[in-house]
Design a protein around this ligand. Structure first.
Ligand code: GLC
Ligand code: CA
Length: 550
């Protein structure tokens, strides 16, 4: 196996509780996934990234881990996990697992021990405990806010508070503690020895912290960038990854890792460098509107950043944290061209504000959204580097906007009442068949309610329909394999009007043209390989991507 397999790989994210349910309890599991490997093979992806499958109380969809070296009994067993690795490898697919090193869950044995131990004890030192402040010592050590809303400090009843950058059920580890470092080396070894090919590192930019006093205010933290924040993107975090890299490189082929680091673009190369994690997510495309100028700038910037790190660029349009792209693109453009928020820790909520109670349905144009999504996907899949797909995007699924409050699960919803509906709308169990119990997801319901239109977008409902989004993805991924080429592109002068169109050529003569405008543009010379909308005559319709070769 080539050690470089990841550089231009297409990686498919499985959110296991919502992929396929093998034992009829409404929750997706490894048995369901084992049963559907053919879907991934026929789709033509190179690897699977499996979101957390560890024992968890699901305070944050599994990103609150009770035990890093086991499988949630509701999801399966270690034996099934081993079977998954074997089956994927047999099918020529690789497996990347999610590692959540910034925080454990509050049910993790270490945190339980910390709570049972006195202030100042070694058990508390594995997490971030501080004394309360104020005249009575009952105030949190600072005014820091958690990512999911509310204070980032939780009192434990004996005068101390612990830090949680996310939900209170997710206490942050103290990465200055050698035991924590040792433990994660053990966890990584555990999975690498079981044959996993790589790791997706959750909140990779938050592990190293500087809590020396006086603690800056929340407002100050938001402004402290480029390694100066006490919480985010500190340079010392790379010492941790250098140690991990040594471990990864002891395997043959070396294990890969990809950083989920919401940092300003110029800070990304260090995470992606060969002596660090090796790759980093680039979320720029998913944070921008469907607009030619922005797309071109993002591609140019990220190819330069990839060259700087020696890694390949990554591209993402959807994942389990953001509004699905066919819905985003069906919404009106952001009122202002909001720059990425100043704090590296702040996540851009593109689209979520539109989906709050009283979602302006009249402003949502799903036909247009899907049309643009198909064009953006073909654009992304023609780029040099590695593309990360999120389960269900191959079906053209929209965000499910109308989940009743009582069915919601995401802590973002509960901690930001009326402000943010949260991320459940992109985590609804997948439709496999046009009808039947939970549209073929399983034999007894689904843990989040599926809308009526899911049947129409089911896998079985699309297979064989040449116009379907599923067949578009399959055909595009097949062509992408056939047209494997070096990691570069050359921008071409696009057809008029140039401000609406982008065209680039890969070294092997494969060309991609996207018409971002509403009106048709001239079809350039060449043989059409695939297009996101039917091409008639010599015109590329509005909001359409076409691939050509000489
Ligand atoms: C990452 C995950 C997200 C999770 C958070 C806390 O951003 O993608 O789903 O809520 O980390 O672990
Ligand atoms: Ca199940």
């Amino acid at each position: 196996m080539s050690a470089d397999w990841w550089r231009q790989a297409v990686v498919y994210q499985v959110y296991p509780r919502s992929f396929a349910d093998g034992n009829a309890d409404g929750i997706g599991d490894l048995a369901g996934l084992l049963d559907r490997i053919d879907h991934l093979v026929e789709l033509g992806v190179d690897a699977v990234w499996l979101s957390p499958f560890y024992p968890s109380a699901l305070a944050d969809g599994g990103y609150d881990v009770d035990d890093y070296c086991d499988v949630d009994p509701r999801i399966g067993t270690l034996a099934e996990f081993d079977a998954l690795v074997a089956r994927l490898h047999e099918a020529g697919l690789r497996l990347i697992v999610d590692i959540v090193p910034n925080h454990s869950s509050d049910r993790h044995a270490w945190f339980v021990e910390a709570l049972a131990s006195p202030p100042g004890s070694p058990a508390r030192d594995r997490y971030v405990f501080r004394d309360g402040v104020g005249p009575d010592g009952d105030q949190p050590p600072s005014d820091w806010e958690a990512m999911f809303g509310g204070s980032a400090w939780q009192p434990v009843g004996d005068g101390q508070f612990y830090l949680h950058l996310f939900a209170p059920e997710q206490p942050d580890f103290n990465w200055d503690n050698p035991e924590v470092r040792q433990e994660f080396l053990r966890v990584l070894t555990f999975w690498a020895d079981r044959g996993v090919d790589g790791f997706r590192i959750d909140v990779a930019h938050a592990l190293a912290k500087d809590l020396s006093e006086p603690l800056p205010s929340h407002a100050e933290v938001e402004q402290l960038l480029d390694g100066h924040s006490p919480l985010w993107d500190r340079d010392e975090v790379h010492d941790i990854y250098a140690e991990w890299r040594e471990l990864f490189d002891r395997y043959d082929p070396p294990r890969i890792a990809i950083a989920e680091a919401w940092v300003p673009a110029h800070r990304r190369p260090r995470y992606a460098s060969a002596d660090g994690l090796g790759q980093a997510f680039n979320f720029d495309l998913l944070e921008t509107d469907f607009e030619a100028g922005r797309f071109r700038e993002i591609v140019t910037t990220n190819l330069a950043l990839a060259a700087e790190s020696g890694s390949s660029s990554t591209w993402v349009l959807s994942n389990h944290d953001v509004v699905r792209h066919p819905t985003r693109y069906g919404l009106p453009a952001l009122a202002t061209d909001e720059p990425t928020p100043p704090s590296a820790g702040v996540r851009h909520q593109n689209g979520r504000n539109w989906l709050n109670s009283g979602a302006p349905a009249d402003q949502l144009d799903l036909t247009r959204g899907l049309r643009r999504a198909r064009a953006a996907t073909l654009f992304m899949l023609a780029l040099p580097g590695s593309a990360y797909l999120y389960q269900g995007e191959e079906l053209g699924l929209f965000e499910v906007a109308d989940i009743p409050d009582e069915a919601r699960q995401d802590p973002t919803f509960f901690r930001n009442a009326g402000v943010d509906v949260g991320r459940d709308g992109c985590r609804v169990p997948l439709p496999w068949t046009p009808d039947g119990s939970s549209y073929g997801f399983g034999d007894d319901g689904a843990h989040l309610p599926q809308p009526d239109w899911f049947g129409r977008l089911s896998v079985a409902g699309q297979v064989g329909d040449a116009d379907s989004t599923l067949e578009l993805y399959r055909a595009a991924l097949t062509l992408r394999r056939e047209w494997q080429t070096a990691e570069s592109l050359e921008w071409l002068t696009p057809p008029e009007p140039v401000e609406w169109t982008l065209a680039f050529r890969r070294p092997n003569g494969w060309t991609c043209l996207t018409n971002f405008g509403a009106d048709p543009v001239a079809l350039p010379a060449g043989t059409v390989m695939i297009s996101s909308q039917p091409i008639t005559g010599d015109e590329v319709p509005g909001e359409t991507t076409v691939w050509l070769h000489d």
